[in-house]
Design a protein around this ligand. Structure first.
Ligand code: SF4
Length: 221
């Protein structure tokens, strides 16, 4: 396949473990987003994680630090997970798109939503992560992740908070991205509580299917 085909698939390594994928993603040229980003930001989390959380794309801090969910939205997500009874040590965090898309305003880099074609181009990385981690539960955070994980037919506004059939994990849910909670202004507390409520449904479903083996808690690095 020619590089102009606009797809990440030719950049994936033959052996697809989280470490080999994380290394290979730095060379991806599957779309144009690598050009303005500092680095690709791959997923991070527990090896054998029960829960995979998928966001949209790395933000400004994530792009610089090379880790997902280390900015303000990530901190809010940590708090929401904790309140929902989910141990961050049981989770793997990633994004639908691995390079930061932004535009300059003065010295600031403002987030730009990736186009559908860019999300599609990046999908082979996410699919490989899902296969490698094989999570019991997967939560898509926001519209971009929802489209990438479940296709254009799924809608956060309609489907959030309930367990969905035909997802890539036995337990699949969509909910809002934590950045939407940050943008909720006066309604932020309500939006946060609703996010916690959704995550608590996943936590309870995990509790229901949890076997005697538990999780390793070791990092997938
Ligand atoms: S955004 Fe995804 S498909 Fe595009 S260059 Fe980066 S890793 Fe490759």
């Amino acid at each position: 396949m020619a590089k102009s085909a606009g797809d990440a698939s030719e950049f994936l390594p033959a052996r697809r473990t989280i470490p080999t994928l994380r290394k290979a993603v730095q060379g991806c040229r599957g779309c144009e987003l690598w050009k303005d980003a500092t680095q690709a930001v791959f997923g991070e989390g527990a090896k054998g994680a029960e829960l995979m959380l998928v966001g949209e794309q790395p933000g400004d801090r994530e792009d610089i630090e090379g880790e997902p969910f280390v900015g303000p939205a990530g901190k809010l997500l940590d708090r929401a997970l904790e309140e929902a009874g989910i141990d961050l040590g049981d989770a793997y965090l990633t994004n639908a798109v691995k390079h930061f898309k932004w535009r300059a305003r003065g010295k600031r880099r403002l987030h730009q939503t990736p186009r559908a074609g860019e999300v599609e181009a990046c999908k082979p990385w996410l699919e490989a992560e899902i296969v490698a981690i094989a999570p019991r539960a997967l939560v898509a955070l926001g519209a971009t992740a929802t489209r990438s994980v479940l296709g254009p037919g799924a809608k956060v506004t309609r489907d959030r908070g309930r367990l969905l059939e035909d997802g890539p994990a036995p337990i699949t849910m969509v909910t809002v991205h934590p950045s939407a909670v940050l943008r909720a202004g006066e309604d932020r507390e309500l939006a946060f509580a609703a996010l916690v409520e959704d995550l608590a449904v996943v936590s309870a479903a995990l509790e229901g299917v949890r076997g005697k083996h538990g999780t390793t808690g070791s990092r997938a690095t």
